[in-house]
Ligand binder design. Structure first.
Ligand SMILES: [Zn+2]
Length: 289
């Protein structure tokens, strides 16, 4: 008789991905959308905050049904396929690109430019770069989003795991927009990005930021989505990860507030204030190979 896997088979307790230390201190527990409790811990070595124990990579896939992108409001996206969301994603993308000096970098490049977005969802940033003349590719494990982007936006999107992909030519830019916190092995991913870039190529990493407004909201902070979000880096820890993978950190910016409704006037005002005061609860860094 086949035995149903118990909790032990689908959970793992990793060592710190940044410093390798296994000792950690529990901070607090919070239920997932299904009611199981997960615990946020702090590494005794470097202070990185992460979820432990956590579902294995395979077990976590069951949390990413298409409903993650169409139904949930506080955890996923209200309706990722709507034109409002597309406009909002593009607006934030342009602000990020501005902050990272992208347009100057782009102007310095020869005509053949290759862009890869990891965790691309429906591929709105892939579309944006394609329209700017880049050869533009996206990759994600969220099948329904990939199909939407291929069928409705005509994009070159890969349904799969980045770590197992081989590309036939290097990229000038690789991005992870709010994706790093979802990864089981962010160190392996950032190291592979370094390999997949051309010399002088750029990596753009954005993630929810430990510090800033995280403290203000406590347990109710908008990015404490357990177990989908596995890691909570502050900007120094993120910079360390990039440097250890071979990058020179070029620029950083903080943005986002989580106050009011997305796209609404209160949100826009709060976002502008958070940015002006460096309180934003998202961090974005650029690195040069
Ligand atoms: Zn550590």
């Amino acid at each position: 008789m086949p035995v149903k896997p118990g909790p032990r088979e689908i959970l793992e307790s990793p060592d710190c991905v940044l410093c390798g230390v296994s000792r950690k201190r529990p901070l607090f527990s919070k239920p997932s959308g299904r009611g199981e409790h997960f615990t946020l811990v702090k590494c005794a070595g470097c202070g990185l905050k992460y979820l432990s124990p956590r579902p294995t990579e395979e077990a976590l896939r069951s949390y990413y049904q298409s409903s993650y992108f169409t139904k949930r409001t506080d955890r996923g996206y209200d309706n990722y396929f709507s034109s409002e969301i597309r406009a909002e994603v593009t607006r934030v993308l342009e602000l990020n690109l501005q902050d990272l000096g992208f347009f100057k970098y782009e102007a310095s490049l020869a005509a053949s430019r290759r862009y890869l977005d990891i965790g691309c969802a429906t591929g709105y940033s892939v579309l944006y770069m394609k329209e700017r003349g880049w050869e533009s590719i996206g990759i994600d494990i969220a099948g329904p989003c990939i199909r939407y982007g291929r069928d409705n936006l005509g994009l070159d999107l890969i349904d799969g795991d980045y770590l197992t992909q081989n590309f036939d030519a290097p990229f000038q830019l690789i991005s992870l927009w709010a994706t790093l916190e979802h990864l089981h092995r962010p160190d392996q991913v950032v190291r592979k990005i370094h390999r997949d870039l051309a010399p002088g190529g750029r990596v753009y990493l954005s993630t929810c930021r430990a510090g800033g407004w995280m403290r203000l909201f406590g347990k109710n902070w908008r990015y404490y989505n357990f177990p989908e979000h596995l890691y909570y880096f502050n900007w120094r820890q993120l910079a360390r990860l990039m440097e250890e993978c071979g990058f020179t950190v070029e620029r950083r910016a903080f943005y986002g507030s989580g106050v009011g409704k997305p796209g609404g006037p209160l949100r826009k005002l709060a976002d502008r204030s958070a940015k002006a005061l460096n309180l934003g609860d998202m961090v974005i860094l650029s690195g040069i190979k």
